[in-house]
Ligand binder design. Structure first.
Ligand SMILES: *[C@@H]1O[C@H](CO)[C@@H](O)[C@H](O)[C@H]1NC(C)=O
Ligand SMILES: *[C@@H]1O[C@H](CO)[C@@H](O)[C@H](O)[C@H]1NC(C)=O
Ligand SMILES: *[C@@H]1O[C@H](CO)[C@@H](O)[C@H](O)[C@H]1NC(C)=O
Ligand SMILES: *[C@@H]1O[C@H](CO)[C@@H](O)[C@H](O)[C@H]1NC(C)=O
Ligand SMILES: *[C@@H]1O[C@H](CO)[C@@H](O)[C@H](O)[C@H]1NC(C)=O
Length: 952
C-alpha cells in the first residue's frame, strides 16, 4: 500500500515524445546541438542560442524556426579564454546544475565558461544530462589553503576565501579536520568553526587518538595555494600509491549556507551504492545525476536518478587488482550526486556540513564491515522472520485473510507470517482495529499463533486528528505530550494521509519514544502482533506541505533545489520549514523513517521483550541496525523483478541485510508465469514477502495452477531447508558486518567480469542463485566464476572458468549452485519455522578442487534479544578433508532444544567409498558414481558434541 501511480501516464507520454524528438534530432536534422524542452503548450522545441525547432503536430516533423545552420555555427563562439580550454569534455564540471535551462548570459554571469556541445537530453526529473554547456574555468576563485596544525587525531587545515560565489551566504572561513580513526578508516570533517551548523545525530564511534598505522594518506595543497586535497591508498607492495580521491582540477569546493559542493576525480568507473535509486548495480558514469530526498514514489523504470524512499550517501568502488574502498558522506540534507565519465563525482547538498568517511577495505566485504562499524551492524532478526510472509492490501476481513492462509496450507506451501495492510484499521486510524467491519483481529492472531505462525500489520506515522465523540488516545495522548511536528509558527502541522487529516509524531523528540511505546503496548494488549510494518514514513503527505501550504521561506524555497520529483522540496511531503525537536525538517526530513524505526524498535522491545521485527519503507544510513526494508511499491513486470536484485544487493552494502521486494509485484495484475519466476527468486530474498495492491487479482501462490504451486512449494522448501545457513549469515552480518545477499564481485573481486553482473547473486560465500528474469525463458547463460560449483539439486559438478555456460532453466525450479569448499548447515523443511526447528539438521558438503571444505552453524532460540552477548547460543564449525567430515563445538551455550544431525551429503566425492563410519561405527551410505555424490544416513548424532564421519 502506498503511493498511487498518478503521474505515470504523463511520464510515459513525455518520454515517448522526448524519444521521438531525440530520434528526429539525431537522424533527420543536421547534427547541431540542441536541448529539447517541453513548452507550456506541450510542444517540444530546442532552447539555445542557435537554430530553433518546433514540432509541427500535423506533419509530425520538427521545423526550423529561425537561424540557418551557418548562422548557428557563427554564433557558437567557443570561449577563447585559456582558462576555459578543456581538452576533454569529460573533464567539464557543471557550473549550472539548476533545473532551469542554462544560457550563455546566465553562465558567464557566474564567471563560468560556455560551450555548446553534443546533444543533451532532459530527464523526467527536469535535469538536463550530458556534457554541461556551462562549466568551471580552471582558475575559478574559491577557498585557499591556510595554516595546518597537527592534532591528537590527525591534523587540521584552515580554509578561507576572499570573494563570494554565486550562492548566498558563503562561509568564508572553514576548518578541515582530518582524523586517522583506525588503520582502515579515515574521517574528514569540513565545517564552519564559528557557527555550529546542523549535523546528523547518528551515533558514530568517538575517536580521541590517531591510529598508529594508516593504510591511507591525505595530501592537502600547500598553504597559500588554491585548496584541494587527495586521499591515496598506501601500498604494502612496492609501487606508486593509488589515488582514491582527488579534488584538484574538479569543481571547486563551495560551502555556502544552503549549497555545499565537493567534487573529485575517481580512480575507476566501477562504482556501486548511492541509494536509494532504481537501476543496475554498476552505476553508469555517463553524466548521471542521482537525487536524494526521501519520497513516497513508486519506483518506475523511466529514470533511475529520481529520488525514492531512502537516503544512503555511501559508495563502494572497485579499484584495480581487486581492491576496493568505500566513501560515506554523513549528511542528511537533500542532495544529489553527479557522475561523469572522466570518471568523476560531485556531491551537492543543501545543508549540514561535510562529514566524510573513507574505508580502505581492501576487499569489498571489508569495506562493508568498516562502514557498518560506523553506522551500526545489522539487527539480529527473529528466526521466524526468515520464513515466507504473505500480504495484500485488500484483505478486507479476518475471514478473507484466513481464507488465504487456509488455501496456502491446503496447497502445502510453507508460510510463517500473515500480514495485513490498512484494511484492519477503523477508518484507517493507527492503533485501532475495525472489529465490526474487519472481524476479530485479536482472535485471528491467536489462531495464527496456535498454528505456529506469526502476524505483522502496517502502522503509518500519520495520526488522525478528527474530533470525534469517542476518545482516540493516539491523538489525545500525543497532543498532551506535545510531540507533533510543528509548522514554522509552532502549531502542529496538519498533513493528509489515509485517515484524512493527520498530525505526525516527531521521532527526533525523545518523548515520542515513550508515546510510541505506550501506543504500541496498548494495541498489543488487544492484538498480540509479532512485528511492525512501518510505511508512508518519507514522510508521505497527500498535501504538498500541509493543509495550509507552506510559508515559503528559505527552507521551503532554498536557492538551490536538487532535481527532486515535483520540483520543490515540499512536494508530496511536509513543509521543509516545519520544526522538529532536533532541527528543521529541512535538515532532518530524510531521518523520519530511520528515527521512526528506532522508536518502533524500542516500543517492540519494551512491549514484547523479544527481538523486534520491523520493515520500513523509508530508510537512512544506520537503518539496518534496527530493522529491514522492502523496495516499496513496485510493479508486476519482469523488469521490476530483475531490478529487485540490484536493490537487494545495494541495501546489503548499506548495512540493511533484511531486504526484499514485493514478490509478484505490488501495482498491476501479475501473470502466473511472472509470479512463478518471482516466487522462485523471492524465495532467495533475505526478506521474502508476496504483497499486492488493493483491487488487484490475488497473487498468493495458492491461487495458481498445480504446476505453479509445485514450483513455489519447491522453492520455499529449499529456502526452509537452508534456513540454518541463512540464519548463520544473519548472525555474521550482525556480529561482523558481513553481507547476507551479495554480488559475485564480493567473492571474486579479482574477476573483473563479475563487476557488472546483477542477474545472479550469492547468499554468503557458498550459494549462487541464478533466477530466470525474462518471459518464456527456459535456458540461461550463467556466469561461473573460476572454481568448482555443484548443482544444488543433483550435485553435478560444473567447473567454472570465468565464462558463461548455457544451462537449462526449467519452469519447475530455480537454478542454484553450491561453491566448492563450503559446508552448508541445513534442516529438514516444514510448513513453518516453528515446525522445522523441531526437525533434524543436515549437512551439505561441497568439496573444493583439493577435496576440502568448511562451514559453521550459529544457533539459539531464535527470538531472545542479545543471545550473542549473553552467550546463550551455540556455534559449531565443520570441516571436511580427504576422507572425513568432522565438527568442533566452539560454543554450547544454548541447550533449550536438541540439535540432531541425521544426514550428510558430500558433493565432489571422487573416489568410491567402500565403507563409511560415524563416530567410529559403520553407517549406511549411498554413492552415486556418475555424479560423484555420497549420502550418509547418520544415526542421530548430537551436534553439541564433536562428531566425525570417515570413509575409506
Ligand atoms: C584574494 O585572494 C587572491 C588569492 O590569494 C589574491 O590574489 C587576491 O588579491 C585577494 N583579493 C583580495 C581583495 O584580498
Ligand atoms: C591530483 O590531481 C592533480 C591534477 O591532476 C595532480 O596534479 C595531483 O598529482 C593529483 N594528486 C595526487 C595525490 O596524485
Ligand atoms: C466470518 O465468517 C464467520 C463464519 O463463517 C461468520 O459468522 C462471520 O460473520 C464472518 N465475518 C465477517 C466479518 O465476514
Ligand atoms: C506437482 O507435483 C506433484 C508431486 O511432486 C506431481 O505429482 C504433479 O504431477 C505435479 N503437478 C504439476 C502440474 O506439475
Ligand atoms: C580448499 O579449501 C581449503 C580449506 O578451506 C583451502 O585451504 C584450499 O586452499 C582450497 N583449495 C582450493 C583449490 O580452493
Amino acid at each position: 500500500m502506498g503511493s498511487k501511480n498518478v503521474v505515470l501516464t504523463s511520464f510515459v507520454l513525455f518520454l515517448t515524445l522526448v524519444t521521438l524528438a531525440l530520434i528526429y534530432s539525431l537522424y533527420a536534422v543536421p547534427r547541431v546541438q540542441i536541448i529539447i524542452i517541453q513548452t507550456q503548450d506541450g510542444a517540444f522545441k530546442e532552447q539555445n542560442d542557435g537554430i530553433r525547432y518546433q514540432l509541427n503536430e500535423k506533419t509530425g516533423k520538427q521545423e526550423e524556426l529561425k537561424a540557418t545552420k551557418e548562422e548557428y555555427e557563427k554564433k557558437k563562439t567557443v570561449q577563447s579564454k585559456s582558462q576555459c580550454a578543456v581538452v576533454n569534455d569529460d573533464h567539464k564540471f557543471d557550473c549550472y546544475p539548476e533545473t532551469s535551462i542554462a544560457t550563455k548570459e546566465k553562465c558567464e554571469a557566474r564567471g563560468c565558461c560556455w560551450q555548446v556541445v553534443q546533444t543533451q537530453t532532459k530527464g523526467l526529473n527536469g535535469k538536463v544530462t550530458g556534457v554541461p554547456f556551462c562549466y568551471y574555468p580552471k582558475d575559478f576563485p574559491g577557498y585557499r589553503t591556510g595554516l595546518k596544525a597537527t592534532t591528537p587525531t590527525g591534523f587540521t587545515v584552515a580554509l578561507s576565501r576572499n570573494t563570494t560565489g554565486f550562492y548566498p551566504d558563503d562561509v568564508m572561513n572553514l576548518v578541515m579536520d582530518v582524523k586517522y580513526e583506525t588503520e582502515y578508516r579515515l574521517r574528514i570533517r569540513i565545517y564552519d568553526p564559528k557557527n555550529a551548523r546542523y549535523e546528523v545525530p547518528l551515533d558514530t564511534p568517538k575517536v580521541t587518538k590517531a591510529a598508529p598505522i594508516q593504510r591511507y594518506s591525505v595530501i592537502v595543497s600547500n598553504t597559500g595555494d588554491a585548496f584541494n586535497f587527495a586521499v591515496t591508498r598506501k601500498m604494502l607492495e612496492p609501487g606508486p600509491p593509488v589515488v582514491l580521491f582527488n579534488t584538484s582540477g574538479a569543481a571547486p569546493l563551495i560551502f555556502a549556507d544552503q549549497f555545499i559542493q565537493l567534487s573529485t576525480f575517481l580512480p575507476t568507473k566501477s562504482l556501486y551504492g548511492l541509494g536509494e535509486h532504481r537501476g543496475s548495480l554498476l552505476h553508469s558514469m555517463d553524466w548521471r545525476r542521482l537525487t536524494t530526498w526521501n519520497r513516497d514514489q513508486a519506483p518506475h523504470d523511466a529514470d533511475t536518478g529520481t529520488n525514492l524512499y531512502g537516503h544512503h550517501p555511501f559508495y563502494l568502488m572497485m579499484e584495480d587488482a581487486g581492491r576496493s574502498h568505500g566513501f560515506f558522506l554523513l549528511n542528511s540534507n537533500a542532495k544529489e550526486t553527479a557522475l561523469q565519465p572522466d570518471p568523476a563525482l560531485t556531491w551537492r547538498t543543501i545543508g549540514g556540513v561535510l562529514d566524510l568517511y573513507m574505508f580502505m577495505g581492501p576487499s569489498p566485504s571489508e569495506v562493508v564491515q568498516q562502514y557498518t562499524e560506523v553506522i551500526g551492524r545489522s539487527f539480529m532478526p527473529p528466526y521466524w522472520s526468515l520464513g515466507f510472509h504473505l500480504c495484500k492490501f485488500g484483505y478486507h476481513s479476518v475471514n478473507e485473510t484466513m481464507a488465504v492462509v487456509k488455501r496456502m496450507q491446503e496447497a502445502k506451501i510453507p508460510q510463517d507470517t500473515q500480514w495485513n495492510d490498512i484494511d484492519y484499521m477503523d477508518e484507517f486510524k493507527d492503533f485501532t482495529t475495525g472489529k465490526s467491519k474487519f472481524g476479530d483481529q485479536a482472535g485471528m492472531v491467536n489462531t495464527l499463533h496456535s498454528m505456529g505462525m506469526h502476524y505483522v500489520m502496517i502502522v503509518d506515522p500519520g495520526i488522525g486528528n478528527k474530533k470525534s465523540s469517542s476518545p482516540y488516545p493516539p491523538y489525545d495522548v500525543g497532543t498532551k505530550m506535545d510531540i507533533w511536528i510543528k509548522d514554522s509558527k509552532g502549531v502542529p502541522l496538519v498533513g493528509r494521509v489515509w485517515p484524512g487529516d493527520v498530525v505526525f509524531p516527531d521521532f527526533t523528540n525523545p518523548k515520542a519514544y515513550d508515546y510510541w511505546t505506550q501506543m504500541t503496548k496498548a494495541f498489543h494488549d488487544q492484538v498480540q502482533f509479532d512485528g511492525m510494518w512501518i510505511d508512508m514514513n518519507e514522510l508521505s503527505n497527500f498535501y504538498d506541505g500541509s493543509s495550509t501550504g507552506c510559508p515559503g521561506n528559505k527552507y521551503d524555497n532554498p536557492p538551490y533545489v536538487p532535481a527532486v520529483l515535483g520540483g520543490h522540496l515540499n512536494s508530496r511531503t511536509i513543509c521543509s520549514s516545519a520544526q522538529q525537536n532536533f532541527s528543521l525538517t529541512y535538515n532532518v526530513h530524510d531521518l523520519y523513517g530511520f528515527t521512526e524505526t528506532m522508536a518502533t524498535y524500542q516500543a517492540l522491545k519494551t512491549t514484547r521483550a523479544k527481538r523486534p521485527f520491523i520493515i520500513s519503507r523509508s530508510t537512512f544510513a544506520g537503518q539496518g541496525h534496527y530493522g529491514g526494508h522492502w523496495s516499496g511499491d513496485n510493479f508486476a513486470r519482469y523488469e521490476d523483478m530483475a531490478l529487485s536484485i540490484p536493490e537487494m544487493l545495494n541495501m546489503n552494502m548499506f548495512g540493511i541485510s533484511m531486504i526484499g521486494a514485493d514478490i509478484c509485484g505490488f501495482h498491476d495484475d501479475t501473470t502466473e508465469q511472472l509470479c512463478q519466476r518471482w516466487q522462485q527468486l523471492g524465495a532467495f530474498y533475505p526478506f521474502s514477502r508476496n504483497h499486492n495492491d488493493l483491487g488487484k487479482k490475488p497473487q498468493d501462490p495458492a491461487v495458481f495452477s498445480d504446476a505453479m504451486k509445485n514450483s513455489t512449494r519447491t522453492a520455499l522448501s529449499v529456502r526452509y531447508s537452508l534456513l540454518p545457513y541463512l540464519y548463520t549469515l544473519f548472525h555474521k552480518s550482525n556480529a561482523m558486518g558481513e553481507t547476507v545477499a551479495r554480488p559475485l564481485f564480493f567473492e571474486f573481486p579479482e574477476d573483473t567480469n563479475t563487476y557488472i553482473i546483477d542477474d545472479q547473486f550469492l547468499w554468503g560465500s557458498a550459494l549462487m542463485i541464478t533466477p530466470v528474469l525474462t518471459k518464456d525463458t527456459t535456458a540461461l547463460n550463467t556466469y561461473f566464476p573460476a572454481c568448482a560449483w555443484y548443482d544444488f539439486y543433483t550435485g553435478l559438478k560444473i567447473t567454472g572458468s570465468g565464462s558463461r555456460i548455457k544451462v537449462n532453466a526449467p519452469m519447475s525450479q530455480i537454478n542454484l549452485y553450491v561453491r566448492g569448499g563450503n559446508i552448508l548447515p541445513m534442516v529438514e523443511p516444514a510448513m513453518t519455522t516453528t515446525e522445522s526447528r523441531k526437525n533434524n539438521f543436515r549437512l551439505l558438503v561441497a568439496l573444493n578442487e583439493t577435496g576440502q571444505a568448511n562451514g559453521g552453524l550459529f544457533w539459539d532460540d531464535g527470538e531472545t534479544i542479545g543471545t550473542h552477548d549473553s552467550g546463550v547460543f551455540n556455534m559449531i564449525m565443520f570441516s571436511a578433508g580427504k576422507n572425513f567430515v568432522s565438527s568442533e563445538v566452539m560454543k554450547a551455550g544454548y541447550t533449550g532444544e536438541k540439535m540432531t544431525l541425521d544426514k550428510l551429503t558430500v558433493y565432489g566425492m571422487l573416489v568410491t567409498p567402500k565403507s563409511v563410519t560415524v563416530n567410529g561405527k559403520g553407517a549406511q551410505f549411498q554413492y552415486n558414481s556418475p555424479v560423484k555424490t555420497l549420502t550418509v544416513s547418520i544415526p542421530l548424532v548430537d551436534l553439541l558434541k564433536p562428531f566425525s564421519v570417515k570413509w575409506m
